[in-house]
Design a binder for this molecule. Structure first.
Ligand code: UN1
Length: 508
């Protein structure tokens, strides 16, 4: 890991505040980053203090005046170079993600691949920031709309996708002509430093001034400065519903814009018409991948009563084969949880589930011993429950999978929708009627609804986000870019008269 850290230019002690290539002094608290893989201290980062934050905002404002004048396709060309730089660093960055966050190496690489993919997507988009044209109701007039950049985009990201979610936001924000200030999770500060250096170097090579890509580090207070700051017109935040509500109200109080991507409580419906063997892969990966710490992780399986027992048996067998351990070892399927607090929450949820009447088909527990010295490794478990239990209504960021039964497809859809969150959902079926019902306006109420694949692992090309307590924001593909711009409607009169709209007469 030492060589990787040095190739990624991470020191033992790092400044956490940067305007690009310049790193600022700060008297903020020191964040020690411990790996959940082996419990060892990786390196430390100085969080941003108020003075450094203000300096960064000032620089960002200056940079915006320059960056918005760079033609969008040229901005896209710079993002293309960022994609190239990420391709070169894929292995090192993927390993750092895996070591600092604890996800499997395959998933660490997959996350960097998502970054590369969004760069490619943004390059194409930089030539497609289309507005509409309209026919004016007045003679000799033309109407159209254009999309302009907003200014500073504040990005607050979570530990579970420490690099990809930032890249979805920043690559789009940049091609749209914005400048970005990023606050990574205080649980994965080094991933932030590594990305900052990769990106800043590319901007420098292209003679783009400091301030287009800035980094701040710290906890809730630092995020709050940005949420309350009228100099930051858009905050894009990923994390828990509790955090999202705090950010949403701070941003709304100043009538700013926000994009929120919060908790999920994602279910897969297993129909009696499902290909059960194929479904198993999607369910198990969805539930235990990233140790159940994706916002798209599969938390609930709603299984038709006629296949409930046989599918449960398949799941129990599959769980017995899972290898839990060091995520950098490619043979392991499941790595650790992010920290000991997460382990406590996992244990608390298991306890609550039992108290509320849940029966465990696969028991959970914390793993001890040499290979698990960080104390963050837990057993993925499966509980038989009913959807109305309080714990089932709640998102626990851990590998706990809840099983429940259904009888009719409308009952299955009702159970699927009957939670406060609305991010991702899926149905496993080869029956076209029920698949279409699930996708219809009377079907799943989630932002993502899939057929015959699981709830997690969305591609970057689609808009990503969800409804209800998930926050309503959309990031990544499709037309999510529009949230990073302001729309301006323009009416141009090329006639010699000035007729008023709506036929109003105004002569003098
Ligand atoms: C998240 O967990 O915050 O769809 C993002 C997925 C990934 C992104 C998850 N592409 O599972």
């Amino acid at each position: 890991m030492k060589e990787i850290l040095s190739r990624l230019n991470i020191q033992e002690h790092n400044s956490g505040s940067s305007t690009g290539n310049e790193w600022l002094e700060s008297s903020g608290e020191v964040i020690d980053s411990f790996s959940p893989v082996d419990g060892k201290l990786i390196a430390s980062v100085q969080s941003t203090d108020r003075a450094a934050y203000q300096q960064i905002v000032l620089k960002a404002q200056e940079a915006f005046a320059v960056w918005r004048q760079v033609p969008a396709p040229r901005r896209g060309e710079i993002v293309r170079q960022i994609g190239e730089a990420l391709r070169e660093k894929k292995e090192d960055l993927g390993k750092l993600v895996s070591y600092e966050m604890g996800k499997s190496l395959q998933e660490g690489y997959g996350e960097v691949q998502e970054m590369i993919d969004i760069c490619d997507f943004a390059v194409g988009l930089s030539r497609q920031l289309y507005g509409l044209t309209m026919h004016s109701e007045r003679p000799g007039h033309r109407m159209y709309e254009q999309w302009h950049p907003l200014g500073i985009v504040g990005i607050i990201s979570a530990f579970n996708f420490p690099v990809a979610v930032w890249s979805w936001n920043s690559m789009l924000a940049w091609i749209c002509g914005n400048v970005c200030i990023w606050k990574p999770s205080e649980k994965t500060p080094l991933c932030g430093i590594a990305c900052q250096q990769i990106v800043a170097e590319v901007f420098k090579k292209n003679d783009i001034p400091e301030g287009v890509c800035s980094l701040i580090q710290g906890g809730r207070d630092v995020g709050e400065w940005m949420s309350k700051d009228t100099n930051v017109p858009l905050i894009s935040a990923t994390g828990s519903t509790r955090m999202g509500k705090a950010i949403a109200s701070a941003v709304a109080a100043r009538l700013g814009k926000s994009i929120l991507e919060l908790g999920g409580n994602n279910a897969i419906i297993i129909s009696q018409h499902a290909d059960l063997d194929m479904s198993l892969i999607g369910c198990v990966f969805g539930a235990v991948g990233t140790a159940g710490q994706r916002c798209t992780s599969t938390r609930r399986l709603i299984i038709h009563e006629s296949v409930y027992d046989s599918f449960k048996e398949k799941l129990v067998k599959a769980y017995a084969q899972l290898r839990i351990g060091n995520p950098l070892d490619e043979h392991n399927h499941v790595g650790p949880l992010i920290d000991k607090d997460a382990v406590k929450l996992y244990l608390y949820s298991i306890d609550q589930c039992k108290q509320q009447g849940g029966r465990f088909a696969v028991e959970g527990g914390v793993l001890n011993g040499d290979a698990y010295e960080s104390g963050c490794y837990v057993k993925p478990c499966i509980a038989e429950v009913t959807n109305d239990m309080q714990i089932v209504q709640h998102e626990t960021f851990a590998p706990i999978l809840y099983l429940m039964k259904y009888n009719t497809i409308s009952d299955a859809i009702a159970q699927q929708n009957n939670v406060p969150q609305g991010l991702s959902s899926a149905i496993m079926t080869v029956n076209m009627r029920e698949a279409e019902e699930f996708l219809s306006h009377a079907g799943s109420d989630c932002g993502i609804a899939n057929v015959n694949i699981g709830t997690s692992g969305a591609e970057i090309g689609g808009a990503f986000g969800g409804e209800k307590e998930t926050g309503g924001g959309r990031e990544s593909g499709s037309d999510a870019w529009k949230a990073y711009m302001r729309r301006q409607t323009n009416t141009i009169n090329w006639s010699t008269k000035l007729p008023l709209a709506q036929g109003i007469k105004f002569d003098f």
